[in-house]
Structures are given as C-alpha cells and as structure tokens.
Design a protein around this ligand. Structure first.
Ligand SMILES: [Zn+2]
Ligand SMILES: [Zn+2]
Length: 337
C-alpha cells in the first residue's frame, strides 16, 4: 500500500506491506485523514513521535477485515478512530485518568496511522459512524472529542460570558459547543478578518481583533468586567496572556492551545490568589469520543461551514504546506482522490 512515512526528519511517500492483523484488530481502508497542528509540530521536531512511523491520527475508514476475536464490527462498517490507546493498568488508568496513562501510545504518532491506504486499528479504538455521514465529518471526530474534554472543564453556567481566544478550527468547535449552552454571550478573539467574519456567522455575539490596541479594554467593557470562562485555543504565550487578562474575578481560564514545550509564561501568583481565578489545562480526549460521535450523528454539531481542503495522498507535501500556511481552515487527505 501507499503510505506517508515519517523517518525522524521528513515525510516520504513509500510503498509498505500490510502486516497480518491480530485477533483483536481490524484492517481499515482509510477514507479521510486530517492534518493536525500536531503533525506539523512533529515534522518541525517540536512534538514527540516514534519514527519510523506512518503519521495521521484524525481519520476514518471502512472495515476491510476483522481479527478472529472482533465482536462489534463487521466488514463494510464505517468507523472513526480514537487514536489514543491507554494501557488500562497503570496508576492513572486505574483511577480513570486514561489521558495521563504512563504507557499511552497513539496511532499516527507512535504506531502507524492514517496517512496511508490502509491502517490496522484495535477494535476498541473504533467508533461506528452512520454511513450517511460525510467522511470528512467522521475525520473531525478526534479533534472534536478533545475539544469536548476541554469544554467539560469550562463548565459553562447559565448566564456566563464566554471568551474564546483563537478562531481556528478548534476555536470554532468550542464556539459551536458554547452555542448549545446557556451562556449569556460568546465572544471570539481572532486576528484574521475572514475567520472573525465566519465566527460571527456561526453565532459569536461579538468578535475582536487581538491586534487592536484597545482590544482588551473593549472586551472587558463588552463582558462587564471580563468573561467568567475564557478558553485559549491558540498555543502561544501571547494568546495565553491575553486570555488570562480577560478572565473575570472568580472566573476560569482553560489552556487548550498547545504551546511549544520551551515557552514560559510570567504570571503574578498574587493576582490568581486575589482574583480567585482557576486555571486548568486539557489534554487529549478521555471518554469523550462517543459524545463527539453522538453530537455529529444527531446533527447538533456540523462542520458544513468550515473551509476544508482535500488533497490526494501523493501530494502530501503540498497538503502540509497548505495547512502550515493556513490557506484553508482545515486540510485533509482524501484517499478516494
Ligand atoms: Zn490532532
Ligand atoms: Zn495506563
């Protein structure tokens, strides 16, 4: 099969044999695999991976073959894949904190993933998707499941003001979830004018440009003293710092964006103490994949309005460039092209 192999420095299109599946695994014919910010970071040497490995962790496909012990899937089923495989027996797994698993491995990071014609996946990582759903929607389940976990931390209460910092695909997913809550107002902070416009169309009550000199002031005024919930979806110190400045006294800040490992943020402990602020992180998608599938399958969440550009597998370099340069909101590899 054709596959995109990461050798530790670069990605290359290679021909790779498909190994025999084990009893608890299925062979998937990959439909669509999204390019994630993490893939870009892996290529840049700024995020962990275990090369040589086929990248791609946001994918869906059709079951081609089932191992002997597979109970819940059959040939022809359309599934979305949760790439994060936890061990089930470490100290974290035994307390339900599977995203912190000491032996965590991920498809498309540590073992072969979805930038390939076929992928072998453990049965328990597969979630059945209605066949009527567009494959590109099914490929977005993984990022959505992570967003849902972050959104759970936000714990939005009726009447809250919610500020989302960053109007990329993750910020927009947060916005769509927040629209289903009883928030009093939802604002999005995003430098790109087109994205701000899109967020407005999706239902943000107000959008702000963080590069405007008075942005903080205007947001504080609009939210009457700051937002009860601020969700940072960028992954930079500047964004985290601005998000922090927008938190109302007694409010909370969710750090969802993935900043570089070496970045540091200067913050006043007194400020956090005096303002009674909660700051929390959000890593991966523990037990939220099913919720993502349910929300999309029921039509409560859809991604019809996102600009998603699809590339065939053989122009993977071009596709990565498209994602790096953010020429569309999301870039995916479509194996049917
Ligand atoms: Zn990802
Ligand atoms: Zn574990």
């Amino acid at each position: 099969m054709r596959a995109v192999l990461f050798d530790g420095t670069e990605i290359k299109l290679v021909e790779k044999a498909i190994r025999k599946i084990r009893t608890n695994e299925v062979l998937l014919k990959v439909s669509i695999c999204g390019i994630c910010g993490t893939d870009i970071k892996i290529l840049a040497g700024k995020s962990h991976a275990s090369p040589p490995v086929i990248l791609g962790h946001e994918f869906c496909g059709v079951v081609e073959e089932c191992g002997n012990n597979v109970q819940t899937l059959a040939k022809g089923d359309f599934v979305s894949v949760d790439p994060n495989i936890f061990c089930g027996h470490c100290q974290y797994c035994r307390k339900g904190k599977v995203n912190l698993c000491e032996n965590l491995i991920a498809l498309g990071v540590d073992i072969d993933g979805g930038f390939a014609e076929y992928c072998i996946v453990p049965e328990k990582q597969c979630y059945k998707i209605p066949k009527t759903l567009a494959p590109v929607m099914a490929a977005l389940m993984e990022p959505l499941s992570c967003v849902i976990y972050g959104f759970q931390h936000a714990d939005i209460q009726p009447g809250d003001s919610v500020a989302i910092v960053g109007g990329g695909v993750i910020g927009i997913m947060m916005l769509k979830l927040a629209r289903l809550s009883a928030a009093r107002q939802i604002i999005v902070v995003e430098p790109d004018a087109k994205r701000r416009e899109l967020c407005r169309a999706i239902g943000a009550d107000a959008v702000f440009n963080p590069n405007d000199k008075n942005a903080d002031e205007e947001i504080i005024k609009f939210t009457r003293g700051g937002a009860e919930v601020v969700i940072e979806c960028v992954g930079s110190v500047a964004a985290v710092d601005q998000a922090y400045r927008l938190v109302k006294n007694g409010g909370k800040l969710i750090i969802f964006g993935v900043s570089s490992v070496d970045q540091k943020w200067a913050i006043s402990p007194y400020d956090i103490f005096r303002k009674d602020i909660t700051i929390r992180g959000s890593f991966l998608n523990p037990f939220t994949f099913k919720t993502a599938v349910d929300l999309v399958a029921s039509g409560k969440i859809n991604f019809d309005d996102l600009s998603i550009r699809a590339f065939p597998l053989n122009v993977i370099q071009e596709a990565f460039k498209n994602q790096i340069q953010q020429k569309s909101l999301k870039t995916v590899i479509d194996l049917s092209l």
